[in-house]
Write a protein that binds this ligand. Structure first.
Ligand code: FES
Ligand SMILES: [Fe+2]
Length: 390
């Protein structure tokens, strides 16, 4: 008989100090029940990037996305307020908005033509006159919490039936914490301009990509020779906050790799990770963000957005060269992540140890995950049911 969900979760010891800690168990990357529980906890009860603010600059502008399989739409109302809704028609559940982004005067479902105002109220229901006991005012789109911070709009899926776990009232600002907010504010990111988005799909669990990101540069000299030539690897630092980790490296001049050196300059590279799945990578005048989206237990999409201080025509070539360098580094990461996922499925591996010098960020990630999953399995009747039938 396979292990219960509780048993798999408590195989991880969150109390162990870094020098004694192991990684989370391999089953957390391969067991469908963990993936389902993550959707109900990690991805339902904390804040997730849903759109860029530049996409929603005018009333009627909207963005659709998915948070762990839940379709949502974020839209700016005629009253200039940005709202979020589950992008699920109250009639027969079709997606109301089908474009990735755009502009609309109302939200019209393509299936039977029900219409909703930009504020989410149900307005039009064709051929519905003889329907009894139907209260239009109770059939608006179901709202999702939205909060704006820096260049992004965050959404939280938690509903009345499923309140956030740790702190039901934690606002986005509380979740981010004052330290993280002030550090990011100091970078002046809102002065940068978005230029391009690239998407990558990987055959691995989403946590493999996050682990790879959080290994404190451990893999850089081995896997990213070009990047390694511009980073002062020995002076790489790792600092953990409550829900974030900053990995930082001084930059070196006279890089051997001319292509990388030409587009990665400045004093320091800053790599911020925000629990659970958002990364902010900053070089002087160059920013890219990574949003890690779980598609299946062993399939992940990572969305890269590239921003620059100067997006004029004169800077276009240099900016494109910078994106290409990011792309090259990403390809190197992609291959190793897929290799790790294959290894995690092997009977030869259950968990590994962590480098004290390098892997404090992973340690934080794993402890935060444990807290969410343990609280989830203890609190959610459905999670208990899943563990009982295994
Ligand atoms: S499902 Fe939207 S109108 Fe029928
Ligand atoms: Fe990497």
């Amino acid at each position: 008989m396979s292990a219960s969900l509780d048993e798999i979760i408590i195989r991880y010891n969150p109390e162990a100090p870094l020098a004694e800690a192991s990684t989370i168990p391999s089953a957390w990357y391969t067991d469908q029940r963990i993936f389902d529980l993550e959707k109900q906890t990690v991805f339902s009860r904390s804040w997730h990037v849903a759109a860029r603010t530049d996409q929603l600059c005018a009333p009627g502008n909207f963005v659709t996305s998915e948070i762990a399989g839940e379709p949502i739409v974020v839209i700016r109302g005629h009253d200039d307020v940005v709202r979020g809704f589950f992008n699920v028609c109250r009639h027969h559940a079709a997606a109301v908005m089908t474009e990735a982004e755009g502009h609309a005067n109302q939200m019209r479902c393509p299936y039977h033509g029900w219409t909703y105002s930009l504020e989410g109220e149900l307005k039009g229901t064709p051929d519905f006159t003889d329907v009894c006991n139907f209260d239009r005012s109770r059939n608006g789109l179901v709202p999702v919490e939205i909060a704006e911070w820096e260049s992004w709009l965050f959404a939280r899926l938690a509903t009345e039936q499923q309140p956030p776990l740790a702190n039901p009232n934690a606002s986005l600002a509380e979740f981010l914490g004052p330290e993280f907010v002030s550090q990011i504010q100091a970078l002046g990111l809102t002065g940068l301009h978005w230029m391009e988005r690239r998407r990558y799909t990987l055959d691995c669990n989403w946590k493999v990509f996050v682990d790879n990101y959080l290994d404190g540069g451990y893999h850089v000299p081995h896997l990213h020779k070009g990047l390694d030539s511009v980073l002062d690897y020995s002076n790489y630092t790792i600092e953990n906050g409550a829900h974030f980790c900053l990995q930082s490296s001084p930059m070196v001049r006279g890089a051997d790799d001319i292509q990388v050196g030409a587009v990665r300059s400045g004093q320091r590279a800053l790599y911020y990770w925000l629990y659970p799945n958002f990364m902010i990578n900053w070089y002087e005048g160059v920013l890219d963000t990574n949003l890690v989206r779980p598609l299946a237990i062993d399939r992940t999409e990572v969305i890269f957005d590239f921003y620059f201080a100067d997006v004029s025509e004169a800077s276009r070539e240099r900016n494109l060269a910078s994106i290409e360098v990011g792309d090259r580094i990403q390809q190197e990461d992609l291959d190793i992540c897929e290799s790790v996922q294959r290894g995690l499925r092997s009977r030869a591996y259950t968990a590994g140890r962590l480098s004290v010098r390098r892997e404090a960020g992973e340690h934080l990630f794993h402890r935060l995950l444990y807290a969410d999953l343990k609280a989830g399995v203890d609190a959610l009747p459905i999670a208990k049911t899943l563990s009982e039938v295994s």
